[in-house]
Design a protein around this ligand. Structure first.
Ligand code: PRP
Ligand code: URA
Length: 212
């Protein structure tokens, strides 16, 4: 994994292999959904490696010992609707006790600006490690708006995880939220004139939900 500042770019071959399968236009909805969930789990394993732990007493069949377990208030996973929903189950496989919040945003097709339509977060949000998930970081508008919201609602310890990022969106998200750790499955080349990521994988929401 390549790390600079608060940006972590994945290089694990399993993640890269699965992202290549996602990109393929012949990958159908069912397989696409499965891959998104698997990639989220693999990335989540890396993104959560600094979760706080504390020693607790456990009695093994041999003796009583102090051994580490995740401490404090459990995490919150916050998908950016819709496409982020596809990543939630992969994270819940790792942390089944995590609470799930939702931030609803869509990109205006003309201006590409994000519009909010829903926000509900688990409390106490300020005590939780918050993992915001969205497969695509394109202009960064949606990601920045989601992080603004979550901070306005009291969120403090926030990580952002996307499967594919464009350099433009990654730069913007990091500049506007330098305190947030950003995990990227693959950093792509650029945005096109419609603000789609190249080579990308197309419209993540449509591919996950089978809409057009
Ligand atoms: C997609 C994607 C991100 C956003 C990224 O969502 O899931 O949320 O675009 O683009 P940005 O970085 O330029 O803001 P979209 O608005 O298409 O909504 P959907 O998930 O409901 O399809
Ligand atoms: N949203 C997507 O789903 N794909 C892109 O390439 C850009 C934004």
């Amino acid at each position: 994994m390549d790390k600079s500042d608060n940006i972590f770019i994945m290089d694990h071959p399993l993640i890269q292999h699965k992202i290549s399968m996602l990109r393929d236009e012949n990958t159908g909805t069912n397989e696409f959904r499965t891959l998104v969930s698997e990639i989220a789990m693999l990335m989540g394993y890396e993104a959560l490696r600094d979760l706080p732990v504390e020693d607790v007493e456990v009695k093994t069949p041999i003796e009583t010992t102090m051994t580490p377990m995740i401490s404090g208030k459990k995490m919150a996973v916050v998908p950016i609707l819709r496409a982020g929903l596809g990543m939630v189950n992969g994270i819940l496989e790792l942390v089944p006790t995590a609470k799930v919040g939702h931030v609803g945003l869509y990109r205006d097709p003309e201006t590409h600006d994000p519009h909010e339509y829903y926000c509900k977060l688990p409390s106490p949000i300020e005590l939780r490690t918050i993992l915001v998930v969205d497969p695509m970081l394109a202009t960064g508008g949606s990601g920045c708006a989601a992080l603004d919201f979550i901070k306005q609602h009291g969120g403090k310890k926030i990580k952002f995880m996307c499967i594919i990022a464009a350099p433009e969106g990654l730069k913007r998200l990091h500049e506007e939220h330098p305190d947030v750790q950003i995990y990227v499955g693959h950093l792509d080349r650029e945005l096109n004139e419609n603000a789609y990521i190249c080579p990308g994988l197309g419209d993540a929401g449509d591919r996950i939900f089978g809409t057009k």
